[in-house]
Every structure is written in C-alpha cells, then in structure tokens.
Design a protein. Structure first.
Lengths: 189, 288
C-alpha cells in the first residue's frame, strides 16, 4: 500500500522515481527489465491466462469506430479477450462520475482501484486509453492494488504498468494473439 | 471527426452502459440542426444530465439551454474558466477546455485559429463560457482584446454578479452597494456594463438578458454562434443568480431572474448591419 514517495509529495512511489522508464523502440518492459517484444508477449499471455478474473479495459480509442484502424483493433481485441478467456470492462470516457461510479460495470481513470477491488481482478490490460489518463490510472492501480497491469500502447508505453508493449497497432496485435494462442495450448487451457 | 467519435464499435456494444448507447442513438447532433432546441430537452439524450452544482442553481439550467441550442455540438469546442461552471464541464459529453482563470478568450483564440487551419472544410465553433469574475474582472483584458482582434468566437458570460464559489467576493459585475460575505462594506462603484463594452470593442452581436426564458436564451445562443462563425466576435451576458450568495432557496432562482428582467438585466440587444444581413439570410434558408 501507499508509501511516502521519494519526492515527499506524491504518496506513491511512481515507477519513474524508481528509475523505470519506457522501453526503447522494438523492445518491451517487464517490471523493471527491458526485454524483446516476443518475450513480453509470452509473459503477458501467461499472466492473463493464469490470473484470477483477468480483464481487458478498452479505452475510447478502440471503443468508438472513428477510423479504419480503430474498427480493425476492435475486432482484434474481441478475439484477444476470447483467446485469453478475459472479461472486458470499458473505459468509455474520462468524465468524473456523479453521483458515484458503478465500479462493477465500468472503470474510470479517477478511481480505477475501485473497479479492481470490487471485481477482485488480478491481471488487467489497458488498451486504447489515451496516454495521460492511462498514466493516472496505472499509477493509482500500481499503488493501491496487487493487480498485474499490462499496457498495450500505440505510442511509447507506460512505465507504471508491470508489462508494457509499445507501438502496438493492428498488425502487432495479430502477432500477440498468435503468441497467446500458442501459450494457451502449451498451458493446456 | 463529426459524430463518428460517438459510434460504438459493434464488438463492444454489449459491454457499454445504456447511458453511452443512448448518447449515440438519442442525442441530437448536427444532422438535426434545424430541429435542435429547448423543446427537445425532455425527449432526447442530454449532453449534460448529471452535474455537481447546488440544487436549483439557475446556472445549471442555463447551461442546459446553451447545450441544447448549439448548432453543431460535435464540432464545437467549449472553453471555460475557473468558477462554478467549471464544476459542470467535466460532465458534458463534448470537447471542453478548462483554461486558467481569466485567459479563456486567449485560449479560445488559439483553438479557433488552429481548427480553421487544420479543418478548412469543416465549420468548427469555439464558444467561451465563463463567469463574470473571469470575463469582466480577471480576464477583461483578454476578453476585450479578442473582440478588438475580431476573433470568430462566441463569448457567453454567466453573470451571477459575484465570485460565488470562492466565498462571495465582489466582481466588476456586482451592482453598487451590494454586500457579500467577503465584501462587507459594499461595492463602491457601479456594475460594469459589459454588453456595452462589447459593442464598443467590436462585437457584432451583443445581448444582456436573464436565463428566465429558455427559448430566448436558445435563440440568442444560436444567433450568436452563427454570427461568430461567419462575421466576427459575439457576446452574451446572461444573469444566472447565485441563490446561495444572495440568500434565496432552491426554488426561488426563476423568480429572481424574472424580477431582474425588468431591472439590471433589462433586455439589451445590438446586432451590427453585417450580422443582421447574415441572420436574415439564415432565416430565409431555414437555419434559424
């Protein structure tokens, strides 16, 4: 749970204060280690397939069909959830909820820990969430829960997630699904 | 972008809450441009349904009228400033930008210019919505400068005649003699007539009114936005009393506004000849 951060300002020791930064191009991040993308993909698939209540949190960039890439990604994420036997809870926008959030059916970057707690989620993928909101949500989840967080990011990744894949577009998602299928059959699930 | 940003991918439809599906299906967007208006409020999905203002706050009602009257909500960016309104903006299903206290017209200027450059074929509206503290006091310079420069933005001032959410300090808009919790000796000078300053500073459409008549507010908002889009800057000063600061209860806001319709907020309307020409043309085309 919360510790006093190195800056004596944030109550949470965010990853960057601990020297963890986003992976370079072509690489991925597993906890504090920079690894090959394929190694991270295998680990992510394994964690998702073996954790209790594994859940994918799709954000606005994939929930809404505003361009061809988002439509393609939506199909792939649906397939991914089936391969990983994962639930899906949407983060459809970032408005603070009033009078209160229904943490059982939706996740909000301002209090993502509630959803993780209520649903007892032990592994989570954030995908299609705008980076600045993903950063906020991942920091809170990292500090307040024991959930294994995974960021599948179209840009440079997120150091506050336990596992980060960067530059993930539809082609790379197809590759991840292929690897997840292999891991699933290896685990005989 | 248009309404595509509200179209849910079919793969996720089953996990989306009803509120968001309603927004896609039952909100009024630009395709209903000639039908959007106050009378739709009870039947359609509103762009602001739940808010965190005080019960009975006239400002909340006024904002609903403004949102219902936007000609192209999906292509509108609202810039707001510090104040009670900033508590509502995060709940609106539209693009909104919270600027620093007072510089809302400078921020809106930048946004409007970039939108015009980035989307030359799409009409994008930028609407500033701020309180009297931000518009008439702290941001007076920025507001007037944007009028001088003839920026194509609409400025709406929700005038409650006080810095309400910081505890009740007097603003330029406070009437002379008024006492507030943080202005115990009473205001020493007259209320600034911002709607007249707007005309002097180059606005093509300027109004002073209360939010007591929803249809009148909606009409003024639509006209002001069209004039700003095609002619030049426009300004609306709308009285939305802070019922807490002036000691009224939740059901007395409307009565207060109706009373002020005849006094400090007696109807004032200025329309420049160019704007008048435009409005006549739009009326002929059935867009107003």
């Amino acid at each position: 749970m919360a510790n006093q951060g190195p800056a004596y300002y944030s109550p949470y020791p965010t990853a960057v204060y601990e020297g963890v930064i986003t992976p370079p191009e072509g690489k991925a991040l597993l906890l504090t280690e920079v690894v090959d993308e394929e190694i991270a993909m295998r680990e992510i698939a394994k964690v998702m397939l073996t954790s209790k209540n594994a859940t994918i949190f799709p954000g606005p960039q994939v929930l809404y069909g505003y361009n061809e890439e988002s439509k393609k990604k939506a199909k792939l994420i649906k397939e991914m959830s089936e391969v990983l036997n994962a639930n899906m809870i949407p983060m459809y926008d970032y408005r603070p909820k009033y009078p209160k959030i229904d943490a059982e059916v939706e996740i909000n970057p301002n209090h993502p820990n509630l959803t993780i707690w209520h649903n007892n989620i032990k592994a989570a993928i954030f995908i299609g969430v705008h980076c600045h909101y993903a950063n906020v949500a991942l920091k809170i989840v990292r500090a307040e829960t024991d959930c294994y967080t995974i960021a599948i990011c179209g840009l440079s990744g997120h150091e506050d997630a336990m596992a980060t894949l960067r530059d993930m577009h539809s082609h790379e998602l197809e590759k991840f699904i292929k690897i997840a299928k292999e891991v699933k059959s290896e685990l005989k699930l | 972008m248009g309404t595509n940003i509200y179209k849910i991918n079919p793969e996720f439809r089953d996990i989306m809450p009803k509120e968001i599906i309603d927004l896609e299906e039952n909100a009024t967007w630009a395709e209903n441009t000639d039908k959007r208006g106050i009378k739709e409020l009870p039947e359609t999905k509103e762009l602001l349904e739940e808010h965190s203002l005080c019960a009975g706050c006239p400002e909340a009602a006024a904002l609903r009228y403004v949102l219902a009257a936007l000609p192209k909500p999906e292509d509108t960016v609202i810039v707001n400033s510090t104040g009670c309104t900033s508590l509502m903006f995060p709940h609106i299903a539209l693009h909104t930008v919270h600027s620093l206290f007072g510089n809302q017209n400078a921020v809106a200027t930048g946004i409007k210019r970039v939108l015009d450059w980035r989307f030359p074929d799409i009409e994008k509206d930028v609407v500033v919505l701020a309180g009297d503290g931000a518009t008439v006091d702290i941001g007076l310079d920025y507001t007037l400068q944007s009028f001088f420069r003839q920026e194509n933005i609409t400025t709406i001032c929700f005038d409650n005649e006080v810095y309400a959410n910081t505890g009740g300090q007097e603003s330029g808009s406070t009437p002379k003699g008024q006492v507030f919790k943080m202005a115990p000796t009473g205001k020493k000078f007259e209320k600034v007539k911002m709607w007249e300053l707007a005309v002097t500073s180059g606005c093509h459409y300027s109004m002073n009114m209360t939010a007591s008549a929803p249809k009148a507010v909606a009409k003024a908002v639509r006209e002001a936005i069209f004039v700003a889009r095609y002619v030049g800057p426009t300004f609306l000063n709308i009285y939305t009393p802070c019922i807490l600061e002036i000691g009224l209860s939740a059901n007395e806001g409307l009565r207060e506004m109706k009373e002020q319709d005849k006094e400090r907020f007696a109807a004032f309307k200025y329309v420049s000849p160019e704007a008048e020409e435009l409005l006549a043309k739009l009326k002929e085309e059935g867009r107003l």
